[in-house]
Design a protein. Structure first.
Length: 537
């Protein structure tokens, strides 16, 4: 186990060994209005939206049009736009910190050989937290801010993947939580709002240096004592589950280095991008985590992560490859699981995405070589596509079936944050285990609508659809019986009475009718289309 103090002075990472200096830095950021609303107002909606896409020109034009420098403009230029600042401009923006203080934090460096101009060594931007306060999150500068291929120990900042995981995570109050592969600490910050103690691990000491810097910079918003950081957060260096061997947690979250990357013969570990490449072939890293994480959970504990998985080409021509085959094979016998595939891309699309991610397209020959390596690697395992999605795992309490194992493909937009809806579905599945479904009084959820489609002149609809407007926004195809049941769900009659009435009307004497209808009703309850009316008449 490694103490958090070891990461206060990591080479090439911002320093966090002076809490008072970090407080002065926070004072300057606050005084300049270095937050989401102020930045949006300062730049305007169009320039701000472009900046969120890493398009810097509109924001640069806005700042260059100012009659004189402003503290907020100086900070934006330094930490988000990759520009430099003069001595006087910088001193005016950071009155409390001072230029010497910024140097001691290792946040800036000379940009012109020491002639009075400075540039940032870090990206720093606001991020909304679960503590109902904005945080400032430091990470490495991206390729759009500093030219060249990313360093192999690059510390990733706020990106779509980290935001997706934060929005997907179900957030019960827990005693212990683990952020596996913390990066710059984003998931740990969110965990602190509902976990008494958080352990954050990473294979990169630079990443842990950034995380410690961010924790102390935001200690007031996060509710932690800068003089006793270990009381709430422990930072540990190591690969996968090694730093927490022998321990158990109530909740694990992870945005692991899951990117499937070719492994050229003789490649040194120092050559891989550690923020995205876990050093294992194919999707082995994800498979390893899915198999092993339940073993570090307390009974009833859960884990959520993002992942890629390989989809092997179908064995026979004309068959569709089944994306869930791989994930199913990874699960141990005592694990509940919910996999949601959000998209699937071809090997060529996948290669292009990750070559662009690290700015590896600047050298055409190297780009072609790496592109070919991706395609050869996938071909060696007969990979037809690569899936990306969200994974929920739980170590069940003895004797509980819970949600079981679900594999869904949802490629359309869903409501964010979706975590509360996932939590509701899991809680309902747990509750139904001990309930008599026939005794429930049900109503249709407020966000649910019905669609009926029929050909012109047809007496009856050919297709009846039930759609959710919130959460996962699922669509259910209903048969006549289930559609009739839903239409009658006003809370007056219990499920058993409604099923009996429909059976006598539609299929008297059919011994399988009730079983089929009950199955459909349970599915609609578990998916949030139908809700129990707690105060029934």
């Amino acid at each position: 186990m490694t103490s958090t103090i070891d990461f206060a002075q990591v080479p090439d990472a911002p320093r966090s060994d002076d809490a008072a200096l970090l407080d002065r830095f926070a004072t300057d950021l606050r005084a300049a209005g270095y937050g989401h609303e102020s930045i949006t107002e300062f730049l305007g909606e169009v320039a701000h939206e472009a900046l969120m896409r890493d398009a810097l020109v509109p924001a640069l034009r806005r700042i260059s049009s100012l009659p004189e420098p402003s503290a907020l403009g100086t900070m934006l230029g330094l930490f988000m736009l990759g520009t430099d600042a003069g001595h006087d401009e910088l001193a005016a923006a950071f009155e409390a910190t001072g230029i010497d203080g910024l140097l001691r934090l290792d946040a800036i460096e000379p940009s012109d050989g020491g002639k009075g101009r400075w540039r940032a060594k870090i990206d720093l931007r606001p991020h909304a937290s679960d503590a109902d306060a904005e945080l400032w999150v430091a990470s490495d500068l991206g390729a759009h801010q500093r030219q060249g291929v990313l360093r192999h120990d690059h510390v990733l900042g706020i990106g779509q993947a980290s935001l997706t995981l934060a929005q997907t995570t179900i957030r019960p109050q827990v005693d212990t939580a683990l952020d596996l592969g913390t990066g710059c600490g984003i998931q740990a910050f969110h965990l602190l709002s509902h976990a008494s103690k958080v352990v954050a691990t990473d294979i990169s000491s630079r990443a842990l240096g950034f995380t410690r810097f961010n924790l102390l910079l935001n200690h007031r918003a996060l509710g932690i004592d800068p003089g006793n950081l270990a009381a709430r957060v422990e930072l540990r260096l190591g690969s996968l589950l090694e730093p927490v061997e022998g321990e158990r947690f109530d909740l694990v979250v992870s945005n692991p280095p899951f990117v499937i990357t070719p492994r050229p013969e003789g490649q040194d570990d120092a050559e891989r991008f550690t923020y995205r490449d876990g050093g294992m072939p194919g999707d082995t890293l994800v498979a390893t985590l899915v198999r092993s994480i339940p073993g570090i959970l307390n009974p009833g504990g859960s884990a959520q992560m993002l992942a890629n998985w390989e989809i092997t080409a179908a064995a026979s021509e004309g068959e569709e490859p089944q994306w869930s085959d791989g994930p199913r094979s990874w699960l141990t016998a005592d694990t509940e699981a919910w996999f949601i595939q959000r998209e699937a891309v071809s090997p060529t699309q996948y290669a292009e995405t990750w070559l662009r991610d690290a700015s590896q397209g600047r050298d055409p020959k190297e780009f072609a070589l790496q592109y070919g390596a991706y395609l050869d690697d996938f071909a060696s395992r007969n990979v037809a596509a690569i899936g990306f999605g969200m994974v929920w795992l739980r170590r069940p309490v003895a004797g509980s079936a819970g949600i079981g194992r679900l594999f869904e493909s949802i490629g359309y937009p869903i409501e964010q944050p979706v975590g509360p809806y996932l939590g509701r579905d899991i809680a309902v599945a747990d509750e139904l285990e001990s309930r008599d479904v026939g005794a429930l009084h049900l109503v249709v959820a407020e966000d649910v609508t019905e669609e009926r489609h029929q050909r012109p002149g047809a007496e009856h609809p050919g297709v009846i659809l039930l759609r959710q407007g919130a959460g996962l926004r699922r669509t259910e195809i209903l048969d006549t019986a289930l559609a009739g049941f839903v239409s009658a769900c006003d809370g007056d009659l219990d499920v058993s009475s409604l099923v009996g009435a429909l059976e006598s009307l539609i299929a008297p004497g059919d011994p399988e009718f009730s079983a089929r209808l009950y199955e459909g009703v349970v599915r609609l309850i578990k998916r949030g289309f139908l809700l129990e009316m707690r105060n029934n008449r």
